[in-house]
Design a protein around this ligand. Structure first.
Ligand SMILES: [Zn+2]
Length: 172
């Protein structure tokens, strides 16, 4: 199972830099690095399959971003999960559940499963940054669950400064 950090890294792979949305995963080497760090092949599956692994990962990430932005993205998720089966395998200590799918799709499916796991373990904790010009997501682990920005340092301070400016402008 991918950890929360792996999920957040994937969700936050399209940051806004200088006012423009960048896609770090457009770069094959960048997707491959993420894949290798999280148990994928990262280009090691051979030519056609390596491309397929990247395509599945991008598709899974895109669909998760859409859903987390509050828009309907279920069809994207459905495509990634289509035909995936959970199969029981008996062993000495009982039954183990194995998720079955093609090797090139495995990591993308694990990404969606990691997201589903966060939604179940930490309901309402994963959300987009409140700065509408920011494309990052945050996972709020605070007790109060009141975090609004991906980072206080960047978006938090920027919005506070802007609000302050707006207030001083309104003052005659
Ligand atoms: Zn932000």
């Amino acid at each position: 199972m991918l950890d929360d950090q792996a999920l957040m890294w994937a969700l936050n792979s399209t940051p806004v830099v200088d006012g423009r949305r960048q896609d770090l995963w457009r770069d094959d080497a960048e997707v491959d690095r993420w894949a290798r760090e999280h148990g994928g092949s990262g280009g090691g599956l051979g030519d056609g399959l390596a491309d397929a692994e990247r395509r599945w990962l991008r598709a899974a990430r895109d669909a998760l971003q859409v859903v987390e932005s509050g828009e309907p993205g279920e069809s994207g998720l459905r495509r990634v999960l289509a035909g995936v089966r959970k199969v029981p395998q008996p062993g000495v200590s009982g039954i183990e559940w194995h998720v079955e799918m093609e090797p090139e799709r495995r990591l993308a499916v694990e990404l969606v499963l990691a997201w589903a796991d966060v939604k179940e373990r930490m309901p309402g904790r994963l959300r987009p940054c409140e700065n509408r010009e920011c494309r990052l997501f945050l996972l709020d682990r605070s007790r109060a669950n009141t975090a609004r920005w991906c980072s206080m340092k960047t978006c938090g301070n920027r919005l506070k400064a802007r609000r302050h400016q707006a207030r001083t402008r309104e003052t005659p």
